[in-house]
Design a protein. Structure first.
Length: 170
């Protein structure tokens, strides 16, 4: 899914058009589904691209003023592939940009929020200068390979609306 056109309802951030990038890592497809739902929800409001961490290049980040990043929680932390990507980001990568972070996890991890990937993603993205616009969010899977619980896609779309709203109003 790649959409770069601007449409009605396009929002501006500090005089610039909103240009969102949704980046995800996914082993079994659940985090990808959530990422795509977030992008679908934002698409009616402005320019949104969605891509996996494998496809991401530094210029993708440079061209976006809102970065939404998602990852599954693995062993109460980030998967190694995501940790390596974050470690490789230059110090000021997200300076002047807004971001939001989400993860997919079991219910128990969501209750113990300090063990979710979203929490760890947010910490890493703040470290490279990003401004977090809403608290990290967890979307729940029933088992390791999914599926997502009923209603989680709808919840992701509603969360995406709040991310967009908070970014465009700031
Ligand atoms: C190696 C491994 C470790 C995991 N550890 C956790 C964990 O600590 N907490 C948790 O909530 N879920 C854990 N899970 C479940 C993942 O959160 C689940 O597989 C993921 O949400 C599915 O997303 P995906 O389909 O995008 O890969 C683990 C899964 C794997 C494969």
């Amino acid at each position: 899914m790649l959409s770069l056109g601007f449409c009605e309802g396009e929002r501006k951030v500090g005089g610039d058009s909103m240009n969102a990038l949704v980046v995800y890592y996914s082993r079994f497809g659940n985090t990808r589904r959530v990422a795509e739902a977030i992008a679908d929800s934002m698409e009616s409001r402005g320019a949104v691209r969605v891509m996996s961490t494998d496809e991401l290049t530094p210029s993708d980040l440079k061209g976006s003023n809102l970065v939404v990043m998602g990852s599954p929680t693995h062993r109460m932390r980030l998967p190694e592939a995501v940790q390596s990507l974050l470690k490789a980001l230059p110090k000021e990568t997200l300076r002047g940009k807004s971001f939001a972070a989400f993860d997919t996890s079991y219910r128990l991890s969501a209750l113990l929020a300090s063990f979710t990937a979203a929490r760890k993603l947010a910490r890493a993205l703040r470290r490279v200068g990003g401004r977090q616009v809403v608290p990290g969010e967890t979307f729940l899977v029933v088992e390791r390979e999914g599926p997502l619980y009923d209603g989680e896609i709808e919840r992701a779309m509603a969360w995406a609306e709040s991310v967009w709203r908070e970014t465009s109003e700031s």
